[in-house]
Design a protein around this ligand. Structure first.
Ligand code: DAT
Ligand code: MG
Length: 151
């Protein structure tokens, strides 16, 4: 079973899209493992976006992600990383597939509403950065066999 890290970024929170984001992922069938509503510190922001350090948009990205609270979450399910990336849509909302969250609610790359891990390796790193092990809940959901199991 895979886990992925998801953020509703400051613009998503300000626009009241926490519920919409959670509802979409939850209805698809993934299982919530951890959640935290927080104001991101500059240090956490820099560690989260370390791969982008030095790029032209980096300083603005750090200012944006620290500008207001975010909702951080971990979701679990088969192929969770790819599924959630697909649901959020590609980085530029103008190129995101219809039906994806970035398409349905976004216009510009600087306000693209959510973050989702882009690989299983990065998901593991991001989950470890944002959540302590004891903040992640291992639980059995009664519906799991009806959503996760192959025949
Ligand atoms: P994603 O968030 O889809 O994983 P990414 O990791 O390439 O995209 O970049 C992280 C964030 O940085 C992205 O959500 C928005 C911002 N960003 C990326 N490329 C950008 C660019 N060329 N101009 C402005 N902002 C950019
Ligand atoms: Mg990324």
């Amino acid at each position: 079973m895979e886990r992925t890290f998801v953020l509703v970024k400051p613009d998503g929170v300000q626009r009241g899209l926490i519920g919409e984001t959670i509802a979409r992922i939850e209805k698809r069938g993934l299982k919530l493992v951890a959640a935290r509503f927080l104001q991101v510190s500059p240090e956490l922001a820099r560690r989260h976006y370390a791969e982008h350090e030095g790029k032209g948009f980096y300083d603005g990205l750090i200012r944006y992600i620290t500008s207001a609270p975010v909702m951080a979450m971990v979701w679990e399910g088969p192929n969770a990383v790819a599924l959630v990336r697909q649901m959020m849509g590609v980085t530029r909302p103008g190129e995101a597939a219809p039906g994806s969250l970035r398409h349905d609610f976004g216009i510009v790359i600087g306000r693209n509403l959510t973050h989702a891990s882009d690989s299983v390796d990065n998901a593991a790193k991001e989950i470890a950065l944002w959540f302590k092990p004891e903040e992640q809940v291992d639980w059995k959901r009664a519906l799991d066999p009806w959503i996760f199991e192959d025949n």
